[in-house]
Design a protein around this ligand. Structure first.
Ligand code: F6R
Length: 614
């Protein structure tokens, strides 16, 4: 949520900043801005809307910044104050000598703003960020030492922040700090990069250092000095970033979302590599540190997540309960953190997050950790804040996901749950070996089944054309695919803005059925298994109210043609694994409808990829 990029070195800075912001555009895109050190002073350029507007603005001033080799940039997802030029970052102090960009939220900004206004600071924006510019400038006026000013200012701030600071007096210096928001330094030859996420810098370097909370780093072209909040020097821990620049290309697809949907068979293969070799061999999950003893003493599992990851978590409940017979509760992290949660050392707490940075989930797992629970994290970002909190880690290896709508990371999270469930079942001996082996054999066939779906999308495209003009859409399912209905609805609403809802089909008659008439599409996720017949009856109830009926099914029955107006067929699969084949057509349906409606598929309105504010 929001993106930061910075550079100090010997190259022309503007291309590096704007290109870096483009790579972060998926994190927020309602306004953007850069500040660069020019010969005589820092110059700031901003624009509202997409990054192209900033590019156009910059073209008008080309002569001013061409030689500049240091600067900071920001792409915003508005929290405090509307997306206007004045609210766009970078923000400056009253005299304009100090410039900052910020990700996160300053919780005590009102008190600080009141105090600083009384002291004569002139505020120009409605943002929480601007108080930091004035506060650091105030400290700088006292100390004439920029890193010290940053350290002293952050001691007065409550909340979350990643900050990048420049000052007219310090022609070659960037100062960075963070608390509860990600920030890293990329290391080149006589140059350093700052970024809130890897994509902004991966083109330039794979060598990087992640800042820890309350650390301050000073970057000049020649060196990097890392200190704690008191100014004590710390030796930096430099690591190699696990990403390849090629992951950030659309590889010929029109949108990242379509590319990422098509990557799913390989994502499944990748996650199985090294973890499942053959149906009759044990699952290998070395990163899971749960001993036989701990597992036996577990009486409960809590899974916490948000959005799409929450839907994966809901399916995780079915998987773990079926395989291991341990009671599982699933909860939205944003709810978990504001009630008296009962958790202890006999509870395993699983956090699920694509980004590993979602503020609500991060707070929730920290709370559970403080109560003594073992924390297991399922994430696509083993380099994230959540991964660093983990006692056990299951990396999902989906590769970087650029489209705001999560697709391949969801599939990968489901795979992580299947692996984890089977792994725990093997340790607990809770499922007969022959049955376990049949599950493992099925898992190994999943990539081919998904490939079959991706190779024949005609029926899905036809449905997309037929239903693209609808205002509402209902997805129904039962059992393990109820969360699939929720996820199908979420995908559709977030990228097409059609009001879509998912229901457990048995609940239709308890209220939602009142909404059905000849204008309402109802999509039934009819996967063969214990709830198939029940769901068929629920679909009949909807048909009797004249709803427009669509089936997503792995049944070959021709009888379905009497009940449904449109049928999307998928390959047969054991019921427990059906969420993996059911979700792919729903992702595609959402994609084709949004594309048909001309929506901005990869960057839907009001959203951002990584939600780092609570
Ligand atoms: C929807 C979507 C969001 C995220 C949610 C959690 O397509 O992407 O609902 O799933 O913001 O994000 P992570 O998984 O990064 O914690």
């Amino acid at each position: 949520m929001c993106g930061i990029v910075g550079y100090v070195g010997n190259k022309s800075v503007m291309d590096i900043l704007v290109d870096g912001l483009e790579q972060l555009e998926y994190r927020g895109y309602d306004s953007s801005g850069v500040a660069v050190m020019c010969e005589d002073e820092i110059k700031v350029y901003k624009a509202i809307g997409k990054l192209n507007n900033l590019r156009e603005e910059l073209l008008k001033h080309k002569g001013e910044y061409e030689k500049s080799t240091m600067g900071i940039g920001h792409i915003r997802w508005a929290t405090h104050g509307a997306p206007t030029v004045l609210n766009a970052h970078p923000h400056t102090c009253t005299c304009g000598n100090l410039v900052i960009v910020h990700n996160g939220i300053i919780e005590n900004y009102k008190e600080l703003r009141e105090q600083l206004s009384k002291e004569g600071c002139v505020f120009r924006s409605q943002t929480d960020t601007e108080v930091v510019a004035h506060l650091v400038a105030k400290m700088y006026a006292k100390t004439k030492d920029l890193p010290k000013a940053v350290r002293e200012a952050t001691k007065q701030i409550d909340g979350a922040y990643a900050l990048c600071v420049m000052h007219n007096d310090c022609k070659n210096t960037l100062v960075l700090t963070k608390r509860n928001a990600p920030l890293l330094v990329g290391i080149g030859e006589n140059e350093f990069f700052a970024a809130s996420d890897v994509p902004a810098i991966i083109k330039h370097t794979k060598k990087a250092m992640y800042l820890n909370d309350n650390q301050v780093v000073v970057l000049t072209p020649e060196k990097m000095i890392l200190t704690d909040i008191e100014g004590n020097e710390i030796s930096p821990k430099i690591e190699l970033l696990p990403w390849e620049p090629v992951a950030l290309s659309k590889m010929g697809y029109k949108h990242y979302m379509l590319k990422e949907i098509h990557e799913q068979p390989d994502v499944i293969r990748n996650i199985l590599v090294g973890k499942l070799h053959a149906p009759d061999e044990n699952i290998i999950l070395n990163e899971v540190k749960l001993t036989k003893e701990t597992l036996k003493n577990l009486n409960r599992i809590q899974i916490i997540a948000c959005g799409t990851s929450l839907h994966a978590a809901m399916i995780g409940k079915y998987i773990i309960e079926s395989f291991c017979g341990i009671a599982v509760d699933v909860e939205a992290s944003s709810e978990y953190i504001y009630r008296k949660t009962v958790t202890d050392k006999h509870t395993l707490v699983i956090g699920v997050s694509q980004s590993g940075e979602t503020a609500d989930t991060l707070t929730a797992i920290k709370q559970a950790k403080a109560k003594g629970s073992h924390i297991l994290i399922i994430t696509n970002r083993p380099d994230s804040a959540m991964a660093r909190e983990a006692d056990s880690l299951v990396p999902v290896n989906a590769g970087i996901e650029v489209s705001v709508a999560a697709t391949k990371s969801y599939t990968a999270q489901l795979m992580a749950f299947y692996l984890l469930g089977l792994y725990m079942a093997e340790i607990k001996e809770s499922v007969p070996v022959a049955e376990l082996n049949s599950y493992k054999a099925e898992m190994m066939l999943l990539p081919q089944k998904i490939e079959q779906i991706l190779a024949h999308t005609e029926d899905i495209q036809k449905c997309a054309r037929v239903y693209s003009s609808t205002k509402d859409f209902i997805f129904v399912a039962r059992g393990i695919n109820f969360p699939t209905a929720l996820e199908g609805a979420l995908k559709l609403k977030e990228i097409s803005y059609i009001n879509a809802t998912g229901y457990p089909a048995g609940e239709l008659k308890h209220g939602p059925i009142a909404m059905l008439d000849e204008t309402m599409p109802v999509l039934s996720i009819l996967m063969k298994g214990c709830v198939y017949e029940k769901l068929l009856s629920n679909s009949e109830e909807a048909k009797a109210r004249n709803a427009r009926m669509i089936a997503l099914t792995n049944s070959k029955s021709e009888k379905l043609e009497d009940l449904f107006d449109n049928i999307i067929r998928v390959p047969e699969v054991q019921e427990l694994f059906s969420p993996l084949v059911a979700i792919v057509p729903l992702q595609l349906l959402a994609y084709y409808i949004a594309e048909f409606l001309g929506k901005d598929v990869d960057q839907p309105r009001n959203l951002a990829k990584s939600v780092t504010v609570e």
